[in-house]
Design a protein around this ligand. Sequence first.
Ligand code: CUA
Length: 174
Amino acid sequence: MISTVYAITLVGIGLVIAVFYFVIANSKEKDEDYPSITQKWYGVRSKWFIFLLTLGVTVSILSTNPFPTPDQKKEYSGNDYQNVTVDSHQWYWVMTPSTVKAGQPVAFQVSSADVNHGFGIYDEKLTLVAQTQAMPGYTNKLVHTFDKPGKYKILCLEYCGLAHHAMISELTVE
Ligand code: CUA
């Protein structure tokens, strides 16, 4: 992937150098009919501009990923979601319940009783799988579907005082 981007960049730089070289090499030539030529190329240039602008906007829209944060106003209830309430405190987590099922979306409702914390869910290899902020006065919603059963670690992702490092909990996925 990186090497493809690198190759495309090199080709792009090459094209720019070629155009510069062409312009410099031809800049000494005199032409009687200068105004009509500039007129003609201004036309081409504005068509190119519109074409490139349209292309750029289209590629940008098509390559955009869906917004990664779930709808915060939605009520994640009913049989479609498993709800877990997460309350964070200096320096512990209260998760109700702390056991969920794999394969069905879990809607975490995350809040804080005191200061800002970071609710981070890690798998057994300690790779971060999902995270959101835990803020006093707000309930942030985090929706995640666990593929694999196991013991997941909850770590605090934001420095929140003396025992921040000890703010660890466990989530069991069956
Ligand atoms: Cu809670 Cu850091």
